[in-house]
Design a protein around this ligand. Structure first.
Ligand SMILES: Nc1ncnc2c1ncn2[C@@H]1O[C@H](COP(=O)(O)OP(=O)(O)OP(=O)(O)O)[C@@H](O)[C@H]1O
Ligand SMILES: O=P(O)(O)OC[C@H]1O[C@](O)(CO)[C@@H](O)[C@@H]1O
Ligand SMILES: [Mg+2]
Length: 958
């Protein structure tokens, strides 16, 4: 490789390495023609060799200071690395040598400009700057990334040093990569040193969302230039082997899978794989099929199996070689098992991840069933014992208990003696009954045990309720209904994002890196060590087995413990002696502002019941700020009047969009004073955000606002600065997704038809983008991008091509999601008309307007349980911020709103990445909000958008 001079006064020499002769020639040609290069500098020794190079002279203006810095840094790193070069990898086909990231950007822009004018050279470029030690220190993308080159998915050749190649692959930011056509040419069969072959299998109990995971893995692998395989029937497929069980899949094979429940590639509980002989066969069959990497989507058992397979691999292949079952070459090539886990199980029993694929879908089924049972229970004033799945994990029972405000739950993690649980349950149930509750719901996890490890069955619970309380009681066992049906939006999105990340992870893995498990923590997809996660998961079971329940609980993640404490606090509200002494008890107000959103009632219910258990007095401000200014109603909330609120949609205390300044700030201050509120919780969307800002600003003039104030974001637009999640957004996603599934079915049946669905969300494209990922929409148009005519023409062409290919086959209903505000001029109806006209008979488009259906009916379990979690955190915030503000409160002189501590007492409670955080309204309003647009400045879901497009092969014109 030519060693180059990094920067020389306004001129630079780069080394360029291409990975196929075709690309090399085209690139050289391109540079020479359009960048006025000296052809004689072409130094490939006239015959093409991999890694042959060309020195090119680019005319660039480089800032002198930057240049000197870059040179100094270059020299320093170069000498550290034993005189290796600084490299820049271009994601598709080129390698540059150069020195400075700034410089790369300029180079890129420089190159990009003329490329726009000559479409045949428009292939995507993304530069990865690698320092001489091989670290990726910068990523830069071309603006224009439309491929009009023959559509090849990016291929990294073996000749590229593999460590760098895998780094480049893993850092590929899909958003700036080419959006390749879904019409990839069929890929040549694997050559000896050809592309990686990535296989996926589903194992253990099926779980809704597994199909989305398989779809994402297959398409992502193909997109990255790999071959995609599926292993049918879980580990049984590995044990049986052969093309019937280990199949190569194409882009089209997984079309439409996101909307299908179960797993289309089959799953099994395979006893043979638990034996070494079974795993030996598995290893042989994987090698015979030429699979380089295996992604297992399954539960704790499947991933334990995967971990064992990984650990045994060297001895398995040694034995296979010894017995001549594989060749020496095969032994050398497949020395390391590249394995990765994506956790798919309804049980949510895997440590290190907050959620497993399928768990929230099962929770949805359970909550729906309990919501139904409530009606009949109420009619007869009956008790119901509901048994739910989860094997040895109580997550489903616990979360269902919170989401349906069940009276009692029995879970394996917190067993007590037989006498204790019976007494405690009877005490709570009879108190609830005495206060007028007509229904009793007890949820029993299938793994529930007492502290001597004796299983507790629904029949045991039934007996106690009948004999001790004389309740008319029925048992409902939900069984496999819980695993059935299609996945909820959360699982489809989680499974898709994790599938893409799993492919990145296997391409990233080297023999020295630990096998990854793809997890989620709060809102962030993370990579964990498979070995550690399996070890931790096993230790929970061991702790339960050895009756060390405290340890078992501590080994479950902190969120589990938090949920359990929350359930217990809410569930015993107003029965037991409050937790706090009387001098610590507060008056806390709650108000809803903005449009209704799923989970608002759950937040009010949880806030109030938790307040009761702490000893605070919860107040509801009815009908928003206008309601307060007119003094329509401020009431302290009582337990009985809130029965059933946890699972109700809409807003029971009423809401509207008026801000305090619009309603009457002075009157609002007066009533704050009159009721002597010690704290305020606002639940709502962007108007709520503005409200909090106005109240905080008014603290100067009105001492009544010098109290801790916190906003819980709640809006289907999910556009509140300071949080990546708003209550109601999950409910809306599900409502819209279900609507789209129905519309898509109609489109499929009609053939040749696309639907343009109009999506709410104000100026935020969150709902359109996430739904488009969940349903596999062909395109989505969002306000952040608008609708460009070029993009529209491109989408129409892509659609027409796709319809032409489908030729009457099923699963071809196409959806286009359009945020209402993506274009004011082009309504969904007009967009459909334009598409139909431009398609010239190749397909037709109709519009569909779900409107306020998107606010959803009953709130989703995610919105209910998160509402509880956030409401309780909000009350905690008001408790802890009391001291800070109390002293400053009465004394104008003392009160300094600029003081950082005082500033922290008015905040937004949000989810950011993997954390739940409070951020001051000052910080958010002044620096992180685009108030005119009613949007946060940073769009956290941009990556999701790119993946949604990439998984349907949408071509993006930029
Ligand atoms: N210790 C182990 N060693 C080897 N293979 C295992 C082991 N445990 C499980 N497996 C394999 O994984 C398969 C699935 O495991 P299991 O039945 O426990 O389901 P799971 O993956 O935990 O999913 P779920 O609990 O959601 O049903 C088993 O049938 C077996 O083939
Ligand atoms: O479907 P099967 O094999 O009867 O297994 C049921 C088990 O599978 C799960 O649904 C998933 O692990 C458990 O909750 C349940 O105990
Ligand atoms: Mg399991």
């Amino acid at each position: 490789m030519t060693v180059n001079i990094p920067l020389v006064n306004g001129t630079s020499y780069c080394t360029l390495t291409a990975h196929s002769k075709e690309t090399f020639d085209k690139t050289v040609d391109f540079y020479c023609t359009f960048l006025q290069l000296e052809r004689q500098s072409y130094s490939s020794n006239s015959t093409f060799l991999y890694n042959s190079s060309i020195s090119v002279k680019l005319d660039l203006e480089v800032d002198e200071i930057k240049q000197r810095k870059a040179e100094a840094r270059y020299e320093e790193l170069k000498s550290k690395s034993g005189n290796k070069d600084w490299r820049v990898l271009v994601s598709e086909s080129l390698v540059f040598n150069t020195a400075d990231i700034q410089f790369n950007k300029q180079t890129l822009d420089h190159i990009d400009a003329p490329r726009q004018a000559y479409p045949s050279y428009l292939f995507p470029m993304q530069l990865y700057t690698l320092d001489p030690l091989g670290n990726v220190v910068g990523v830069t993308s071309t603006k224009n990334a439309v491929s009009t080159m023959p559509t090849h998915p990016p291929v990294l050749e073996e000749k590229m040093p593999s460590a760098i190649a895998s780094k480049a692959q893993s850092y590929t930011d899909l958003s700036s990569c080419v959006k390749t056509s879904n019409n990839y040419p069929s890929l040549p069969k694997q050559s000896k040193h050809g592309r990686k072959a990535i296989a996926v299998m589903t194992s253990g109990g099926d779980a809704p969302g597994m199909n989305s995971n398989v779809r994402a893995i297959v398409r992502s692998a193909i997109f990255k230039g790999c071959r995609a395989f599926v292993v049918m029937e879980g580990y049984s497929g590995l044990v049986h082997g052969g093309p019937e069980y280990i199949k190569e899949y194409s882009w089209e094979d997984v079309r439409g899978w996101s909307s299908e429940g179960g797993t289309n590639i089959g799953t099994a509980r395979c006893m043979e794989f638990k034996e070494r002989d079974g795993r030996l066969l598995g290893a042989q069959h994987l090698i015979e099929a030429g699979v380089d990497a295996l992604i297992v989507c399954g539960g704790d058992g499947s991933l334990t199996g995967a971990d064992l397979f990984r650990a045994e691999w060297p001895s398995l292949i040694a034995e296979l070689l010894k017995n001549n079952r594989i060749t020496k070459e095969q032994h050398t090539r497949y020395q390391h098992l590249n394995i990765c886990g994506t956790v798919g199980s309804i049980d949510n029993d895997m440590s290190t991840t907050d959620a497993t694929i399928g768990a929230y879908s099962a929770l949805d089924r359970i909550c729906k069933a309990i919501d139904y049972v409530e009606a009949t229970a109420n009619s007869h004033s009956r008790a119901f014992v509901v048994e739910v799945m989860g094997r040895n994990c109580g997550w489903l029972a616990l979360l269902a208990g919170i989401a349906t405000s069940a009276d009692y739950i029995l879970i394996p993690e917190k067993p007590s003696s037989s006498r204790e649980w019976q007494e405690q349950m009877c005490d709570i149930v009879s108190k609830h009954r005495k206060r007028g509750k007509r229904t009793t719901i007890v949820i029993v996890a299938e793994g529930a045990i007492s502290n001597d490890l004796t299983p507790i069955s629904p029949a045991d619970v039934h007996k106690v309720l009948v004999e001790k309380l004389g309740l008319d009681t029925r048992i409902t066992t939900l069984g496999h209904v819980q695993r059935g049906g299609t996945a909820v939006a959360y699982d489809r999105i989680l499974a898709s994002l994790q599938g893409v990340e799993a492919v990145n992870a296997v391409l990233d893995t080297t023999p020295d890196t630990p096998s990854p498990l793809i997890a989620i923590n709060e809102n962030k997809i993370t990579r964990k060590s498979l070995v550690d996660s399996v070890r931790l998961t096993k230790s929970v079971a061991e702790a339960i087995h050895s009756k060390d329940f405290k340890k078992a609980m501590s080994l479950r993640d902190t969120e589990f413990i938090e949920h359990l404490n929350n359930f217990m606090a809410i569930n015993s509200a107003d029965h037991n002696e409050p937790k706090l002494p009387s001098d610590k008890r507060l008056k806390i107000a709650i108000v809803n502002v903005g449009a209704p959103a799923g989970g608002i009632n759950s937040a009010v219910y949880s806030m109030a019941t938790y307040c009761m258990s702490q000893g605070h007095k919860p107040y509801a401000i009815y009908n928003g700020w206008t309601g307060l200014a007119r003094h329509e109603s401020v009431r302290s909330l009582d337990w009985k009047s809130m029965l059933g609120w946890q699972s109700l949609g809409g807003s029971e205390i009423g809401t509207n969009r008026a801000t305090p300044e619009e309603a009457d700030l002075g009157m609002i201050a007066y009533y704050f004073q009159k009721y002597q509120f010690d704290g305020l919780i606002i639940v709502g969307g962007f108007e709520a955000f503005v409200s909090l800002h106005q109240l905080e600003k008014a603290r100067d003039s009105y001492a009544a606002f010098r109290i801790p104030m916190v906003l819980i974001p709640a809006t289907l637009s999910n556009n509140v600065p300071g949080s990546e999640y708003s209550l109601g957004s999950d409910t809306a996603l599900n409502a819209l997704m279900e609507y789209c599934d129905v519309i898509k079915q109609s489109a499929s049946s009609t053939r040749g038809r696309a639907f343009v669905v109009d999506v709410q969300g104000g100026n935020s494209g969150f709902l359109a983008t996430c739904t488009s990922l969940a349903v596999g929409a062909q395109a989505s148009y969002v306000p952040e991008e608008g609708i460009s005519l070029d993009q529209l023409s491109q989408d129409i062409e892509t659609l027409a091509e796709a319809f032409e290919r489908s030729e009457g086959r099923g699963r071809f209903g196409k959806l286009i999601l359009k945020s209402t505000n993506a274009s004011k001029a082009l309504s969904a109806e007009n967009l459909a008309k334009v598409m139909t006209a431009e398609a010239e008979g190749r397909f037709d488009a109709k519009s569909a307007i779900p409107g306020h259906v998107q606010q959803g009916g009953l709130p989703s379990p995610i919105d209910r349980t998160r509402a509880t979690r956030l409401a309780i955190k909000a009350v905690g915030f008001i408790e802890t911020k009391q001291e800070i503000i109390r002293e400053a409160r009465a004394d104008d002189e003392e009160f300094n709103p600029e003081d950082k501590e005082i500033e922290s007492t008015a905040a937004v409670l949000g989810v950011k990445g993997s954390h739940i955080v409070f951020t001051s309204i000052r910080q958010l309003y002044d620096f992180e909000a685009d108030v005119a647009k009613r949007m946060p400045k940073i769009i956290h879901w941009e990556g999701t958008r790119a993946i949604a497009d990439h998984l349907v092969g949408r071509k993006i014109v930029q």
